[in-house]
Write a protein that binds this ligand. Structure first.
Ligand SMILES: Cc1cc2nc3c(=O)[nH]c(=O)nc-3n(C[C@H](O)[C@H](O)[C@H](O)COP(=O)(O)O)c2cc1C
Length: 187
């Protein structure tokens, strides 16, 4: 790539990407219907392999279910993700591998339901940031237990969770990332 990676040009989307941080403490206020609607649009318009959209997104606002999810850690102390219980909304990306069967299936990696789910959830996190909502990805959870809490269809897979809510006063941790020299390979 001949262009410099240290461009000074402004990008609104890059600002939003940089402003997103893992918010682990939320105000009790529910996420407004309007904002939930925009988050739903964010996942809806995400790209997916062959446009199969092999997923559904559970918007969980039931406090009892959120408490149960917060306790459903795979191993270690339940307190690890106890902060989840402060979130007024948890979104679960539920992948459906069989929807991916396709005439080209022999040459297509069946794991795309996971990739597609991650793309859609990242879209959601960025729209949430733009709306002033805090989010945090949650990958440390007991898949089967959370599947039971959400009563998902047999064969479906809870891929990833994301907490959403209006941030309580919490200073975001300073972001650290690898340098571009470590990250980008020019060939
Ligand atoms: C796939 C994935 C899973 C994650 N799982 C958890 C989790 O279970 N609990 C948690 O507190 N943070 C979790 N995180 C948040 C990361 O720790 C966080 O994104 C990372 O430290 C960078 O910080 P930042 O999000 O503030 O930029 C997860 C992030 C990703 C992308």
């Amino acid at each position: 790539m001949a262009t410099t990676h240290n461009s000074t040009q402004n990008s609104n989307i890059l600002e939003i990407i940089k402003n997103r941080y893992s918010c682990r403490k939320y105000l009790a206020n529910p996420v407004s219907q309007e904002h939930q609607g925009l988050l739903a649009q964010a996942v809806r318009w995400a790209p997916s392999a062959c446009n199969r959209q092999p997923y559904s997104f559970h918007f969980i606002t039931d406090g009892n279910k959120i408490q149960a999810i917060a306790r459903a850690v795979p191993t270690g102390p339940e307190s690890i993700n106890a902060w989840i219980s402060t979130a007024p909304l948890v979104v679960a990306a539920v992948g459906r591998p069989e929807l991916f069967w396709h005439k080209l299936t022999q040459v297509i990696d069946k794991d795309y339901h996971r990739t597609d789910s991650a793309i859609a959830m990242d879209h959601l996190s960025l729209v949430a940031t733009e709306l002033g909502l805090g989010t945090c990805w949650v990958g440390w959870f007991h898949r089967r237990k959370v599947g039971q809490i959400l009563d998902i269809t047999r064969g479906d897979e809870v891929i990833i969770l994301m907490t959403v809510g209006y941030p309580d006063k919490e200073a975001p941790r300073k972001k650290t990332r690898k340098g571009l020299d470590e990250l980008i390979v020019n060939k």
